[in-house]
Design a protein around this ligand. Sequence first.
Ligand SMILES: Nc1ncnc2c1ncn2[C@@H]1O[C@H](COP(=O)(O)OP(=O)(O)O)[C@@H](O)[C@H]1O
Ligand SMILES: [Mg+2]
Length: 478
Amino acid sequence: MSAAATVLPSMDPAAAEELAREAAAWCALHGLVVGDRADPRSGTVPGVGLVHAPFSLLPAHLPEPIWRQACELAPIFNDLVDRVSLDGNFLQESLSKTKQVDDFTSRLLEIHRKMMEINKEENIRLGLFRSDYMLDSETSSLLQIELNTISASFPGLGCLVSELHRTLISQYGYLSSLEHKRVPENAASSQFAEALARAWAEFNVDSAVVMMIVQPEERNMYDQYWLTKHMQESYGVTTIRKTLSQVEAVGQVLPDGTLLVDGKKVAVVYYRAGYAPNDYPSEAEWRARLLIEQSSAVKCPSISYHLVGTKKIQQELAKPNVLERFVEDKEEIVKLRKCFAGLWSLDDEEIVKTAIEKPELFVLKPQREGGGNNIYGLELRETLIRLQKEGGDALAAYILMQRIFPKASPAYLVRGGICHEGLVISELGIYGAYLRNKDKVVINDQCGYLMRTKVSSSDEGGVAAGFAVLDSLYLTDK
Ligand SMILES: Nc1ncnc2c1ncn2[C@@H]1O[C@H](COP(=O)(O)OP(=O)(O)O)[C@@H](O)[C@H]1O
Ligand SMILES: [Mg+2]
């Protein structure tokens, strides 16, 4: 690649507006779409009320060495999750205080404990993960935000954004200084589908299906349908979609462990719901989660994999000498530790004091997923002071994290057909797939990526939550 094309051209608003229209049309033609909030049926009826997914007009810059570093970490994290998941006592002990004060974590741990009691073994283990990073501007280092082990979203739509950006660069004269090859190809969608299909093949029951656990209303359903399509077309594997409450109503586990739903044998349960308290509005959903866990179906993720992805475990793994319990290879330990930001539990009085003094340097995180839950700035200070006053274990519901400050740059973001210019920062997600059957590792791969970009003044990052847009990346030499 030549060095000349590493800088994205600045664009005047009229040109951006024109390009945005072309791009939005491309989205409609290629299924880069989500349900439109404005249409009440868009979350329940497929094909109704679609709007292009929010996207960034041009890809975000990323130095190539950083890109390679992030890709190289994927199989190491995959392996780490699997290792940690096998140490049930470590998970229970690390989360024991959180359990006292966080009802949701406590319910997950309860299921996990039951599985430990019956010595439940998962021979076929499937993980579809996404490790999220930001590039810290001060140190130019890649730092991990979190590792998602359940419901990692946008493998379906994310790769379409890479294709959109490649297309715009190749076809649009204004961008002729750019090289489309600097936008890495992204096969997250087909690779995730492949991992699900190979887990299905390991399960080895021809008539069995993959069951996707979904929310009753899901505007991000097309992201999910992309995987369904690939599984059907490339592997002949059928997917059924069920909510947890439907599973409770029509599901059963036979004496031999087979999970039957609507009379169909289930080979793989793929959770695109079940990661947040809202997904369990009644006891029925918890009964469904337990039923699935007790069955012999492959769970993506199992309760153990789910727990490894909690923020508390992320913080525990960052403590001195903990990685060493799970990873033998010293070089891998160095690579992992290099991407760990500062992470602290709130038993550390010194750090709580510092965070109260300088809240702008920290993020306070509860044990939640899905965006919109973190606490920043003055609210962080007030929350810490209040929790300290309350005393007891209240602090154990949270962890503190070093705040990462990526470099902001100008960009055009397109949402609902409107193009906005703003100063933005980006978060890189690298997908990983891990599949093993007993001692045989079937897949341990990096599987494409997701860039999410948001205006730099916003603290949170979720696309579905309305904070960020989908993006891809443009590799620069440095
Ligand atoms: N340490 C951090 N520094 C800066 N921003 C952060 C940090 N941690 C999280 N964020 C922002 O908050 C968003 C949500 O945090 P995250 O840990 O990913 O929780 P969730 O499980 O809700 O996605 C991230 O996408 C990112 O934009
Ligand atoms: Mg996140």
